[in-house]
Write a protein that binds this ligand. Structure first.
Ligand SMILES: [Cu+2]
Length: 164
């Protein structure tokens, strides 16, 4: 009467494994991701508005990027970095006020877009900096930026070079 135990265990394991695999496939993905799309195309639930690269004089080696990022998802999105063909490297920055009331910029490892909320990158707050510019920027041109949010999660943003 007690011999069916091994079969019962096998069925129980199968019941656990199959739903777990299905759940993982949909984890963190949004409706924008089509089945069969490459893993690197995993869409973030973010949209960027008013993305601006601040115009700088010829010879300047760095500039700032501003935009409003809106998160349509139910979980926060943590930005871990950015890249652009026009920048040797980039930095995520926070503008903070020190003990004497002076404001200054500090590089940070991450910036977070709250769930169902926005993160504003602005001259007086959090922002992104393009460092080691590879060539002069032209007012009105479009600059491709790729914001990263952890392994395989990124958002392409086309920002316009504008005078401050
Ligand atoms: Cu800065």
């Amino acid at each position: 009467m007690s011999t069916p135990t091994p079969l019962f265990v096998a069925l129980a394991l199968a019941a656990v494994v199959i739903p777990a695999a299905g759940q993982q496939a949909g984890h963190h993905l949004t409706g924008q991701t089509r089945p069969g799309a490459p893993a690197q195309a995993a869409a973030l639930p973010l949209t960027a508005q008013e993305a601006t690269v601040v115009a700088v004089p010829p010879g300047a080696t760095e500039t700032s990027v501003f935009m409003t990022l809106r998160n349509a998802g139910n979980t926060p999105v943590t930005l871990t970095g950015a890249r652009s063909p026009l920048a040797g490297h980039t930095m995520l920055m926070k503008t903070q006020r020190d003990a004497r009331g002076r404001t200054g910029m500090t590089a940070v490892k991450t910036l977070t877009v709250p769930a169902r909320g926005t993160l504003t990158l602005s001259p007086t707050g959090d922002h992104l900096m393009l460092m080691d510019l590879t060539r002069p920027l032209k007012v009105g041109e479009t600059v491709r930026l790729t914001l990263g949010a952890g392994p395989g999660r990124s958002l392409n943003v086309d920002a316009v070079v504008r005078k401050p």
